[in-house]
Structures are given as C-alpha cells and as structure tokens.
Write a new protein. Structure first.
Length: 518
C-alpha cells in the first residue's frame, strides 16, 4: 500500500486559504530586503484602552514619541498615586477610568506644546496613539501589549532591549520594533508587570536576583533573566488554545477521531496517562483537552509551577482545586530561601484533600516520586506531562528524575513504580518545516500501553498507536488493541475502530494541518 506523505508541502496554495493569507506579504520587520519597520498611520491607532488585535499592529507600531509617553506616564502616575492616598481601596477598573481621564488631559497639554514647537497641530490620530501608548505603559504591558493582544502571536523573545522577535502560529519568526529604548527601561517595565500581576508579590530583577518568572494577566508565562546575560533577556510563551477540547485538536490535525475516542475512553476509564514530548510540542494543549473529559462534578487538583491548564477557568469543572507553586519572596531565614512552595509540597497536601485525581502540569523534578506514588496508591485517572525527545527515552527520563530526588532512590525502583503506576504514555511530536518554506506541525505520534516489568527490569510496553513510516505516515494510527480493551469498552469505546490500520485520517486533514500551522 502506498500513501502520500501528509506533511509534504504542496507547491500550490489555494488562493484565499488560511495558508495563503498567513504566507502573504509582510508589512514590517522580517520582509525580505527590508531594513526596518513600516510605520502604521497613527490615525489607524485603536481607541484608548481597546485591544490591538490585527496582524499589522503585531508586526509594526504607530509612530510614537516614547520619550513623551514616559513623561506623560510619570505625571499621570504621580496624580493617580495622590488620588489613591485620598481614596484607598479604589478598584482597578476605577483606577483605569480615572487614568483615561488624566491621560487625555495630559495628552492635550502635550499636543498644545507640540503645536507651538512644530508650528502645526499634532492631529487626533497621533494624539490617540500617544494616549494608547501611555495607557498601555501605565496599566498594561507597555509596547509589549500589542503583541499580547494578537491571537496569532505564539511566543515573544526579547534578546536585549533592542532585539525583539515574534513566533506566529503559522510558524513564522519575525523581528519587530524594540519594546524599550534601553535595558533600564526594559527592566522597569518588568518591575511594573511584577507589581501589577494578579496574585504575585513584587519581585526584583537585578544582578543579585537575576531571574524573574511571572504569569501575566492573560495567562501567558514570562521568564526573564539579567546579570548573567549581556542584557535583559525575556521569553513569553502564549496560550493560543486555553480551553481546547479533543474535537478542536481533531479539527487542527493533531489527532484523528479514532485516537480522540480512544483518549476520551482512557480518561473516563480512569487510566493513568503521561503526555510526553519535546518543548513546545503541544503537551499542555493536549492535557487541557483531556481535562475536558473529566466529569464536571468530579473533584480533582491541578498542580503547576504557573497556571497553564486553566481548568478552574474553563467553565466546565465545578470541583477542581487549582494549586500553584511559589518562588521565594527574596528573604533568607536560617540560611534558606523563605516562602518557597514546590510542586512536591503541593503534591503531599493534595493527597490529603479527598481528590479522585491529581493532575501535574509538568513533572520536571523530585515530584515525579510523589506523582508515581499517587498513581499506584489512588483510584487512577491521574495525568501529567514530561519532557522527553523520543518515546524510547521516557523511562530513562523518569529514572533520572528519581535519582535527582533522593540519594537512596534507584533506577530499579523508578522502573518498578513506573511499570506499576502508568497505564499509557502519549507522545506528541513536532516537525518544523519553516526553514524549507513549510510550517511547524504538531501531532500525536505514539500511544504506548505500559504492561508491566520486562527484560532487565525495565517497564514493558505495547505500541497501541504509532506512525507508519512505510506509508510516509508520521501521525499515530492504530497498531493493535491494548490489554485493557475491556475497561475501555465499559466506558463506551468501540474496539473495532482499532481494526482500521489507517485510523480515521482523510485526504483533507493534511491540508488542515498545514493551514493551521500545527
């Protein structure tokens, strides 16, 4: 049987398709032969306080005098501080409303002064752009905000204040205008974000404390470092599918409907599942989708270093207990950092909260021990993710984390607990074809059933789903039935679906994969 490679790039792109639109002419940094950003007409700037969501605003910025923005922001900030001293307890919404009023007043003053200096007026478009920039700097994320508001932006990279790049969901990486005019200004922006971030205490960023990790108000994850780097470096990871479900992933070509029904049955049959893959492969997105298959009234906990699963915000679950680890507050007590709460700390507390399941957003350290203990001691249905570059190294990764946890841990113990606790390993693969004019593809490639201890004491597995390289098929298709097929049938799974070696992939799905940039 011969099949076409579904990830091969078609030389022809249908006019008007999403692929064609995303691959169309660029209007800013990143154009072949371009030496800089093409400014957006200030008259096109959005109203004060409104989101800027278009791709054009994401890859270029209005012509704005940011030295004026900083001066106006300083004046507005001082007047707001005076107001808060007389009206303590003012809500954030009320502060923003007052802020808009003060910003408009100060922009009018600035506009009058500019008109005298220039000999002609600034115009309403330029005034609106200045006002928006001041508002974003005072209440949002400054020049970063336009990128945070753009649903097509997947990642933001700042390599020193003068070098900013965006990753788009279609696989493009584009250089954009700087978000600060100096390293000092960039660090001040990060300090402001730390102070304003809901639920986060004020954190410093200096040579003495060179790392900063934040969850921004939109759920994006920010990691910054300075002091140990030539300048301040920032990475912001976006969550484009905060409330994904399994049908969404089918539509995007990450899995087919056969695997959708299989994974749904695994969750409902309370199987312990570990989702594995490389960085940015889509592990967290798949885990969010699996959480949607848990009954709305089932009581379970999510344990995370920063909230990324959003199970407590998805409108589906009514009994979820979200728990977030915490960094040190910077104080040292008895020679140790004060205020730290680790995933291991959360794990042991969660085990005492009468939960049916425990979900760990990402196992990356000693919490692997408590995670596998929960899988062997509880009723089942626990879920987690783990970094690994290939399915064959998953158990070695587990053993590495075990050995890091405690000196008396052993590889043999790690293998035994993994074999006893895990039911399925789901591997998410990523193929990046952007360098050859294609896209970045994310898809489930393997589903392994853990069947016990095998030769040499290592866990033994059956490949239930896997690729068909002889057909040029990289995505997971059925290979065999699991030993626990009876358990899956009890929750409604149709075992005959595993009889079709091609699964439910159709000729149309490869195009969906390319157009969605997965």
């Amino acid at each position: 049987m011969v099949r076409a490679n579904p990830l091969h790039n078609d030389p022809q792109v249908a006019p008007g398709s999403l692929h064609a639109r995303l691959a169309g002419p660029r209007t800013a940094f990143g154009n072949p032969g371009s030496n800089g950003a093409i400014p957006v007409d200030p008259r096109q700037a959005p109203p004060l306080g409104s989101p800027t969501v278009t791709a054009a605003h994401a890859v270029s910025v209005p012509v704005v005098d940011y030295s004026a923005v900083r001066l106006i922001k300083k004046e507005v900030g001082e007047r707001l501080s005076d107001l808060l001293r007389t009206r303590p307890g003012m809500s954030l919404g009320a502060q923003e409303q007052q802020g808009r009023h003060l910003i408009n007043e100060q922009v009018a003053v600035w506009s009058d002064a500019e008109a005298i200096k220039r000999g002609f007026g600034t115009g309403p478009g330029e005034d609106a752009a200045i006002a928006q920039a001041v508002f974003d700097l005072q209440f949002r994320a400054g020049r970063l905000q336009q990128h945070l508001d753009n649903s097509l932006v997947e990642n933001i990279f700042i390599n020193g204040f003068a070098d900013t790049w965006l990753d788009f969901t279609d696989g493009r990486r584009v250089q954009v205008a700087p978000v600060a005019d100096s390293d000092e200004e960039l660090r001040e922006l990060l300090h402001d974000l730390a102070r304003r971030t809901t639920g986060q205490s004020e954190r410093s960023l200096s040579t003495a404390d060179p790392f900063l990790a934040l969850r921004l108000s939109d759920g994006s994850r920010l990691q910054a470092v300075t002091g140990v780097t030539p300048g301040t470096y920032v990475t912001i990871r976006r969550h484009s599918m905060r409330h994904a479900n399994l049908p969404d992933l089918v539509n995007r070509g990450m899995l087919d409907s056969t695997l959708e029904q299989f994974l749904r049955a695994c969750v409902r049959a309370e199987k312990n599942v570990m989702i594995v893959g490389g960085q940015a492969a889509g592990k967290t997105t798949l885990l969010r989708a699996l959480l949607k298959e848990i009954d709305p009234d089932e009581r379970f906990a999510t344990l995370e270093t920063e909230y990324e699963l959003f199970a407590h915000e998805n409108g589906h679950h009514r009994q979820v207990v979200p728990m977030e680890a915490r960094e040190s507050n910077g104080e040292i007590v008895a020679g140790q950092a004060a205020g730290v709460i680790t995933l291991m700390d959360l794990m042991y507390r969660a085990l005492r909260m009468t939960l049916t399941r425990i979900v760990v957003g990402e196992v990356r350290g000693p919490e692997i021990v408590a995670m596998l203990q929960a899988m062997t001691n509880g009723a089942g249905g626990n879920l987690c993710t783990l970094h690994a570059i290939h399915p064959s190294v998953v158990f070695d990764r587990i053993a590495e984390l075990y050995l890091q946890a405690q000196a008396n841990m052993s590889e043999t113990l790690a293998y035994r607990q993994a074999a006893n606790g895990l039911h399925f390993i789901v591997f998410v693969s990523s193929i990046d074809e952007t360098k050859i004019g294609g896209h970045r593809h994310r898809f489930v490639s393997h589903v392994l059933e853990v069947t016990g201890i095998g030769e040499g004491g290592r866990p033994e597995t059956n490949a239930i789903f896997g690729p068909r390289p002889e057909w040029g098929e990289h995505r997971a298709v059925p290979l065999m039935q699991p030993r626990c097929i009876t358990d899956l049938r009890r929750v409604g799974f149709d075992g005959s679906l595993l009889m079709d070696p091609s699964g439910a992939w159709t000729a149309e799905l490869p195009l969906l994969v390319k157009e969605a940039g997965l």
